[in-house]
Ligand binder design. Structure first.
Ligand code: CDP
Ligand code: CDP
Ligand code: CDP
Length: 284
């Protein structure tokens, strides 16, 4: 697919990059690549193969080079989550050697190790190859409703991560740096976990299971999540290779007090302007 317009979205953990990037891609009919999920797949490979990153990063890089990572994006069919306003966010499925690892790569063990894995240079190089391949083959997220929206929009991708605008696509047509206060980010992650737990419980209740042994696991406190996000941000900002930085030509959006719709439409209108198209949403 032709790639004439690239949108890079970077920012700290849980600042809203992934849901925003997906909604932007769906609104404009671009492809979407979640670069964090590739680092998460690399981390899963390390855990499964008992690879000590401090000792054997090269072994892990070799495994990543052999692995096949696939990111499949499907337009959302269900109604949007309450906090997303009218916007539906496409679902993303991550496949590692054809196995669906979408859930497993979000496990606490992966959260704890991923920044360490991502700090190694040989591993970043191996991930870079996958990023490039996926960017070349990414297909536009298309729905029937979209065809009108996407009129005049060139082919392209939205990629989110930490170093997309600084290192991966330094010439991206639009660079966004998304930020939010540490507490807002921790509360959003905590909310997500609680919603997932509620869904799991409802599913179990529907199955009629009364087994008290399968009581849901206790979820971490907001404080614990805040500490985990902070540790990961610290590692991402202070590493030697491709640290998290605001690109010189990035548009900074702090969404602590923005609604999801406001932040998505701000970005889609900025993109439309740079594509030479009329804005769709004006002042929000
Ligand atoms: O979704 P969340 O913000 O929690 O993290 P993610 O985007 O899935 O990224 C997980 C980790 O991968 C980050 O904390 C970074 O250590 C690493 N990463 C990176 O180094 N460079 C990228 N372009 C994307 C992710
Ligand atoms: O990819 P990243 O870790 O940066 O963030 P995410 O996985 O998209 O999670 C951000 C969460 O904050 C999602 O549940 C969003 O619905 C929510 N949110 C947001 O992104 N922006 C707002 N203005 C309000 C809430
Ligand atoms: O060689 P490649 O196909 O990557 O470059 P291109 O066809 O000139 O550009 C394709 C897309 O990648 C465009 O949207 C460029 O802005 C972006 N790109 C970039 O951001 N930084 C680069 N160093 C190369 C391309």
């Amino acid at each position: 697919a032709r790639r004439d317009f690239t949108i890079a979205i970077d920012g700290p953990a849980a600042s809203g990059k992934s849901s925003t990037a997906r909604a932007v891609a769906q609104e404009l009919g671009l492809g979407y690549i979640d670069s964090g999920s590739i680092y998460r797949c690399a981390t899963l490979l390390a855990l499964r193969n008992n690879i000590d990153i401090n000792e054997s990063a090269g072994d892990l890089a070799a495994l990543i080079n052999k692995a096949k990572v696939d990111i499949r994006v499907r337009p959302s069919t269900s109604r949007p989550a309450p906090n997303l306003g009218r916007l539906a966010v496409p679902e993303v499925q991550v496949l590692l050697d054809n196995e669906d690892v979408s859930k497993e790569i979000r496990a606490p063990e992966v959260n704890q190790l991923v920044a360490k894995v991502a700090s190694d240079r040989s591993i970043r190089e191996a991930v870079l190859h996958i990023q490039r391949q996926l960017a070349e083959s990414a297909e536009s997220i298309s729905t029937n409703a979209l065809s009108k929206n996407a009129e005049g929009v060139p082919g392209g991708v939205v990629m989110d991560g930490r170093d997309i605008g600084t290192t991966i696509f330094p010439n991206a047509e639009l660079k966004i740096y998304l930020d939010a206060s540490a507490m807002a980010r921790a509360i959003r992650r905590w909310d997500e976990m609680n919603n997932q737990m509620k869904e799991a419980n409802a599913l179990q209740a529907a199955k009629g299971s009364s087994d008290s042994d399968s009581a849901p696991a206790a979820y971490p406190s907001v404080e614990k999540i805040a500490r985990e996000l902070e540790a990961r941000d610290y590692a991402d900002i202070n590493r030697e290779h491709s640290p998290l930085r605001i690109a010189k030509d990035a548009v900074v959006i702090d969404n602590t007090n923005l609604t999801f719709e406001q932040q998505v439409y701000t970005i889609t209108d900025l993109a439309r302007e740079r594509m030479g198209l009329a804005p769709k949403h004006g002042d929000l």
